[in-house]
Design a protein around this ligand. Structure first.
Ligand SMILES: [Zn+2]
Length: 164
């Protein structure tokens, strides 16, 4: 009798294990849904300085125009906290197509700050190119730097998080 019982227990242990592994798969999938970075497409959010988020680069970056019209690029972790640049090369081309101005950047604390200011004007067609390093292919973001404040969210229009 003893030998039969031990033979029977083998498949039952195996079936318990397979049930456990089936339960483990949906549990892991549910955990992944709580990753905050998955929510970035659902609702527009502003950067920590009130700038525009560029989500097409990893890590994502905030484009922010300072009070003296310089461009400040801040790289952000998944929680939206600033992380020091890791050798990224940023170029911003801004202004009327006939005479655009190209801005280059230097490290300033945990951000990259443009050497020069944006050209004059409050609605500037702008191209931002971000390379992970000097040899990488650039990721490009194009938008108008509209510095007029939005009446709803009080952010400048280039960083507006409203649905309009
Ligand atoms: Zn707005």
């Amino acid at each position: 009798m003893k030998s039969i019982r031990s033979l029977l227990s083998v498949p039952s242990v195996a079936s318990v294990l397979s049930v456990l592994s089936l339960l483990a798969v949906p549990a892991l999938a549910a955990d992944k849904k709580h990753d905050p970075s998955d929510h970035t497409h659902e609702k527009k959010t502003a950067g920590p300085n009130g700038g525009r988020l560029i989500n097409t680069v990893t890590p994502r970056a905030e484009f922010f125009v300072t009070a003296d019209r310089k461009v400040q690029i801040t790289f952000l972790d998944a929680a939206g906290k600033a992380i020091a640049p890791a050798g990224q090369v940023v170029t911003v081309t801004s202004g009327e197509r006939s005479a655009p101005k190209t801005l280059t950047f230097v490290k300033s604390g945990d951000t990259l700050l443009s050497v020069a200011a944006l050209p004059a004007g409050n609605n500037l067609p702008t191209v931002v190119q971000i390379k992970a390093d000097a040899a990488a292919k650039p990721i490009t973001a194009k938008f108008n730097v509209d510095l007029v404040k939005c009446g709803e969210c009080k952010l400048a229009e280039y960083a507006c998080i409203c649905a309009h």
